[in-house]
Design a protein around this ligand. Structure first.
Ligand code: HEM
Length: 474
């Protein structure tokens, strides 16, 4: 089997790593006698690659050894793995040659076909309809809804000890519901098929003519129907349910987890809270005490944006962007062009791509938000220059035709929630009995490093690290 998967790669200019078996536990110690990443050691480490998110633990290590792109052959199949920005771009731009994996599409289709589970012209139809629900007006709604919801978070929290994560997850779901699927009858639990059917049905019968509204659910319902003459944009009942599920699923954990990482990291490294606080204070000088900052403030939030991007660089919720080749090979053009043979899984290794010292510098593994801004000549915190060029190197939201349609939504939500949380408060890690402040921070950081992946990357049992919100003077 291994030879069958290896055969089309015999003439490839790229390294081919063969991983055949796992050594029984007592023998694994022997591997420490040889370089852990050498081809010989890898041959015996099938378990290392078993978990879908092995690359989060591995970081840039394998790429440092074998280069930005290589093939991995196991008895189960053949995979192409890349942390090369330009190779990733070619793959993500060519959705016909490098489609999403069929196995993944099937798994996602729980409640009906939706944008993320369909292909070709059906995908184009779903994408057109969904995109029309996210306009400039939506940005403003996301901003206002996020500020309002985050205000409830801080109002209930000063001085209290909390795990914070469940609060952030609830807030993120509420914001999503308020913006995309506003309804007077919130269902619980929202992810059950009955709840989703009920949500759609309640809106269908909404007496206030809610179909005229511009939110996602109204947009989907307006398109309900069958294909017909001149009717390019239609959705079946199943497809509406499928898309509602998709947006709740894709928009919730991703944003909530990013917020969680940002808050925990700011608590672990308080110097960055002070850094962000200076910018907020200078920016919000003009805003009266009880008035919420207007959407125009977003442009000035360069340090907060840097915190968001730096968090996504190291702890983005999606650690791989997956594609495949099916019946045909795919050619990739680099200095030495190469073929990805048919029937090959493709992993754009976002973790490694975001930790490449060649791109991000020798401190690539460090969470350092200031790498995203250039200090102004005056040194005034409100006048930093945001390094927008750097964002082109980040693929946290993927790119190409299937780039995340919630990219702006999530950015605005994260900025608004962080602004609301930190404009009048700071957050600190609560020490366990007998623990120093520094030890508590190290314990929290160790937990962040042990992050694991279920649907998205998350801190295991975040409630084991308690946070305390403290009011600060502006
Ligand atoms: C920090 C927050 C978020 C991150 C990092 C993120 C990241 C991603 C990534 C990496 C993909 C996969 C694209 C691919 O396969 O090439 C994706 C797809 C998607 N995301 Fe997000 N996302 C976030 C928030 C959101 C939000 C808030 C929404 C909805 C409001 C959303 C809706 C979607 C949808 C519908 C897709 C499927 C698109 C398609 O297949 O055409 N995401 N996202």
């Amino acid at each position: 089997q291994i030879y069958r998967h290896y055969r089309p790669l015999r003439n490839s200019p790229l390294p081919v790593l063969i991983v055949a078996i796992s050594l029984p536990h007592p023998l694994q110690g022997l591997l420490s006698l040889i370089d852990h990443n050498s081809r010989l050691a890898l041959f015996f480490q099938r378990d290392r690659f078993r978990h879908h998110s092995w690359n989060f633990r591995d970081k840039f290590a394998l790429h440092a050894h074998y280069g930005p792109s290589f093939f991995l052959v196991t008895p189960g199949g053949r995979e192409f793995i890349t942390a090369d920005r330009s190779v990733a771009e070619q793959i993500l731009l060519r959705r016909r040659t490098f489609p999403k994996p069929l196995g993944l599409l099937d798994k996602l289709e729980l409640f009906g076909p939706h944008l993320a589970s369909v292909e070709d012209t059906t995908w184009q139809r779903h994408r057109r309809i969904n995109a029309s629900a996210f306009t400039a007006a939506t940005d403003q709604i996301v901003w206002t809804a996020s500020l309002a919801r985050a205000a409830q978070l801080v109002a209930s929290r000063p001085g209290t000890t909390t795990s914070t994560f469940p609060d952030l997850a609830d807030a993120s779901l509420d914001i999503l519901l308020r913006v995309c699927l506003p309804t007077s009858t919130p269902s619980d639990p929202i992810f059950s098929p009955q709840a989703i059917a009920q949500l759609v049905e309640s809106r269908r019968r909404d007496p206030a003519g809610a179909l005229k509204r511009g939110d996602l659910l109204s947009t989907l319902l307006r398109c309900e129907g069958r294909p017909g003459h001149g009717n390019r944009d239609y959705l079946s009942e199943d497809e509406i349910r499928g898309n509602v599920f998709l947006f709740l699923f894709a928009g919730h954990e991703t944003t909530a987890n990013t917020l969680m990482y940002a808050v925990y990291l700011l608590a672990i490294f308080p110097a960055w809270q002070a850094w962000v606080g200076l910018e907020m204070d200078s920016l919000l000088q003009g805003w009266a005490g009880n008035e919420e900052p207007g959407f125009e403030v977003v442009k000035g939030l360069k340090r907060l944006r840097a915190v968001m991007m730096e968090t996504l660089r190291l702890y983005g919720p999606v650690v791989n962007v997956l594609r495949e080749t099916r019946e045909q090979d795919g050619m990739v053009k680099t200095e030495t062009p190469f073929l990805i043979p048919e029937q090959t899984s493709i992993r754009v290794n976002s973790v490694a791509l975001h930790m490449d010292p060649g791109t991000w510098g020798c401190d690539a593994a460090e969470w350092r938000p200031s790498r995203w801004v250039l200090a102004s000549s005056t040194g005034h915190p409100g006048e930093d220059v945001y390094n927008a060029e750097m964002e082109r190197k980040l693929i946290a939201w993927s790119e190409g035709p299937r780039v995340c349609p919630g990219k702006r939504f999530s950015q605005i939500e994260i900025l608004a929630v962080l602004l609301q949380l930190f404009q009048k408060h700071t957050v600190e890690i609560v020490s366990d009995p007998g623990e120093t402040v520094e030890e508590a921070r190290q314990r929290a950081y160790a937990r962040v490093q042990q992050s694991t992946m279920s649907l998205t990357l998350h801190i295991p049992q975040p409630e084991k690290v308690c946070l305390r919100w403290v009011r600060r003077d502006r």
